[in-house]
Write a protein that binds this ligand. Structure first.
Ligand SMILES: NC(=O)C1=CN([C@@H]2O[C@H](COP(=O)(O)OP(=O)(O)OC[C@H]3O[C@@H](n4cnc5c(N)ncnc54)[C@H](O)[C@@H]3O)[C@@H](O)[C@H]2O)C=CC1
Ligand SMILES: O=C(O)C1=N[C@H](C(=O)O)C[C@H](O)C1
Length: 278
């Protein structure tokens, strides 16, 4: 795209995009600039990135949009109504603190967060809304509900495996989506995923533990994101599948979440809340 620009933004909610040069960052910026219900209020990148100081529109190969890429999250987030953040765990935890201080909505797509990162996000959510999901697409969030229902309907004699595939640059496994699906399957069986999850298999693993939930990850090429939940029974298999072919599905969900959060109080929310699926 070479002609994106920001026009007639008035008093619309201002959204700051972190990780502006990333795969998701650039998709978000394009869609925010096209969206008539919000405006781009800032673009952040990590210190030392060669886009710092450049107009984000030009850096992305288009017309200038009047927003310079910055490495100063304190100054930029202070003027945001929402921050959309698809970066990396350490960055996301730091942005959460600043976004809470600004009393702005923090939409988090970052995956691979550890338990102590989640505890820090919970602390920030005491001051402002945080909306976080390992997958912001409508299709996956519907699949989560289907997975919960099928797991509840089928007994422990049906083995559950989650298989995911992503592009070669993805750094975390299992994917955030795979974990959402595994959690839904465990919930369907009235259990916690932590008690049913089995680590990646290698070597002499022994036979499968009844009721356990397994995960497998494929990495290669430019796969946007594919997830299968396999229910394997005696003589038959049921497979629930989502295939993403365009990152716009995640970005649209994130922008919708940022707007939905504008009148919400402090707390932790997810895409099921945003989409009214709870
Ligand atoms: N929840 C969802 O629907 C989705 C989640 N994701 C997740 O989003 C994250 C990012 O994915 P991609 O865009 O593919 O990665 P990417 O590597 O293309 O982009 C990440 C960007 O964050 C920037 N960054 C890192 N630290 C930063 C800091 N301290 N300040 C500012 N910018 C910083 C990097 O320089 C990079 O440009 C991953 O965790 C991925 O799993 C990706 C797609 C959908
Ligand atoms: O890193 C990605 O690309 C994606 N990450 C999310 C995940 O970890 O599930 C969502 C989507 O599958 C793309």
């Amino acid at each position: 795209m070479s002609d994106f620009q920001q026009t007639e933004t008035g008093d619309l909610p201002g959204i700051v995009v972190t990780g502006a040069s990333g795969r998701m960052g650039q998709m978000l910026i394009r869609l925010i600039l096209e969206n008539g219900d919000c405006r781009l209020a800032g673009a952040l990148e990590r210190a030392g990135h060669d886009w710092i100081g450049r107009d984000i529109g030009e850096a992305m190969g288009g017309q200038p949009v009047g927003i310079m890429v910055s490495d100063d999250p304190v100054g930029v987030i202070a003027r945001a109504q929402a921050v959309i953040d698809f970066t990396a765990p350490a960055a996301t935890v730091a942005f959460a603190e600043l976004t809470a201080q600004a009393r702005a909505v923090h939409v988090i797509g970052t995956t691979g967060l550890a338990e102590d990162d989640l505890a820090k996000l919970a602390a920030s959510a005491r001051h402002a809304p945080i909306i976080r999901a390992g997958n912001m697409s409508l299709g996956v969030n519907l699949l989560v509900g289907l997975t919960r229902k099928v797991a509840a309907a089928l007994g422990e004699e049906w083995d559950i495996e989650v298989v995911e595939a992503h592009h070669r640059m993805k750094v975390d496994a299992p994917s955030g989506t795979a974990l959402m699906l595994g959690e839904a399957a465990a919930e369907g069986r009235g259990a916690d995923l932590a008690d049913l999850r089995i680590p990646a298999r290698e070597g002499i693993t022994g036979a499968r533990e009844p009721g356990s939930i397994g995960f497998s990850a494929i990495r290669g090429g430019d796969v946007v994101g594919e997830h299968d939940v396999i229910f394997a029974g005696a003589g038959e298999r049921l497979i629930l599948r989502h295939v993403a072919t365009d990152r716009a599905i995640f970005a649209r969900g994130a922008i919708r979440a940022a707007l939905w959060g504008q009148d919400k109080g402090p707390g932790e929310y997810d895409m099921a809340d945003v989409l009214g699926l709870t």
